[in-house]
Design a protein around this ligand. Structure first.
Ligand SMILES: CCCCC/C=C\C/C=C\CC/C=C/CC(=O)SCCNC(=O)CCNC(=O)[C@H](O)C(C)(C)COP(=O)(O)OP(=O)(O)OC[C@H]1O[C@@H](n2cnc3c(N)ncnc32)[C@H](O)[C@@H]1OP(=O)(O)O
Length: 292
């Protein structure tokens, strides 16, 4: 049943997809992978595990986002799958969030195209008919946290280095209203107000306390826990769960859908400001110098 999905990918035609391959897995399910998005299907269970593989830090570049969007569309349209486990193939990092290089030193047309892709991945994940479980096996700042927040359930590996949160203000930028809406829906208004203003990145114990994640488990149990959570969610009849999900999420998604173009224009004019470009460059430079 396609209650929420079936949306169109509004991206530049001709964005190159890296060497996509489709083969049959041992259980007969189609296994497809692109350069950066690995899909491990378990057709018998109706579950696909998506592993993000854009080293070193799974930053969400335009190409990576495009591959992910296409992958999600394929899974959404394939009746074999009722659930997705979203995790990372990069050790210690779930995702470093949006790729800062896509937001620095480019032209307005590029910023607009990039932002449309960011909106699209959020809508695809947030409105998916499938059960989405995030198996967060690494650090998860900003856009990485947002991806996890779109999921129905979040399991975080217990490692103090794996901090999660919307830290945009630390970069001198602002989380857009739909990031904020998603966070408020997850942890409530007061906690979100504080977390957003301070750009808080929560270590596992605090993330659990504030409700940013649903469970914290030892790192070696993250996949088995995600599978067991998934089977619990898949025990619910699809139509009932999907209609309920739609009821809970539609207003938040519509908030963005209704003003998508204006949101792109806001982003382009904000990110193009000299002062913002300067802040992002300084932040990127600090990241690079951290090692030396
Ligand atoms: C009123 C009007 C309002 C209008 C508002 C409209 C719109 C809103 C405007 C803007 C909103 C934009 C939203 C942005 C959300 C985001 O996601 S921004 C990205 C935030 N991400 C981060 O802050 C994470 C930064 N990275 C880290 O903290 C660490 O890298 C890490 C993830 C914890 C990993 O640490 P580790 O030590 O393992 O690795 P390194 O730090 O050495 O990094 C390796 C390598 O990767 C590069 N890198 C890291 N993160 C990013 C990134 N996000 N983008 C691009 N590149 C990244 C890093 O520079 C290193 O590179 P190298 O030195 O060349 O190897």
């Amino acid at each position: 049943m396609a209650l929420l999905a079936g949306r169109t990918v509004l991206l530049r035609a001709g964005v190159r997809l890296g060497a996509e391959a489709a083969t049959r897995g041992g259980n007969g399910a189609r296994r497809f992978a692109s350069h950066r998005v690995l899909v491990e299907p378990d057709a018998a269970a109706g579950i696909a595990t998506i592993k993000l593989k854009n080293p070193p830090v799974n930053s969400l570049s335009l190409e990576f986002l495009t591959e992910l969007i296409i992958c999600l569309e394929k899974l959404e349209n394939d009746k074999t799958f009722r659930g997705i486990i979203l995790t990372s193939d990069c050790p210690g990092i779930f995702s470093a969030g949006l790729d800062l290089r896509e937001m620095c030193g480019k032209n307005p047309a590029h910023y607009a195209e990039y932002w449309r892709a960011v909106q699209e991945i959020w809508l695809k994940l947030y409105l998916s008919n499938m059960v989405l479980v995030a198996a967060i096996n690494g650090a998860s700042p900003a856009g990485g946290c947002l991806m996890a927040l779109t999921c129905d359930y979040r399991v975080l590996a217990d490692n103090p280095r794996y901090r999660i949160g919307l830290n945009e203000t630390l970069l001198g930028i602002i989380a857009p209203f739909w990031f904020k809406d998603n966070l408020v829906n997850t942890i409530g208004h007061r906690a979100a107000d504080r977390a957003l203003q301070l750009g808080l990145l929560f270590p596992p114990t605090e993330a659990l306390q504030v409700g940013m994640v649903d469970q914290v488990v030892p790192e070696d149990q993250i996949h088995s826990t995600a599978l067991s959570v998934m089977s619990q969610w898949l025990a619910i009849p699809d139509h009932a769960r999907q209609l309920t999900k739609s009821m809970m999420r539609k207003a938040t998604a519509d908030h963005l859908i209704k003003q998508r173009e204006a949101d792109i224009q806001n982003f382009v004019s904000f990110i193009s400001k000299d002062s913002i470009q300067k802040s992002l460059q300084v932040y990127l430079e600090k990241l690079k110098q951290k090692k030396h």
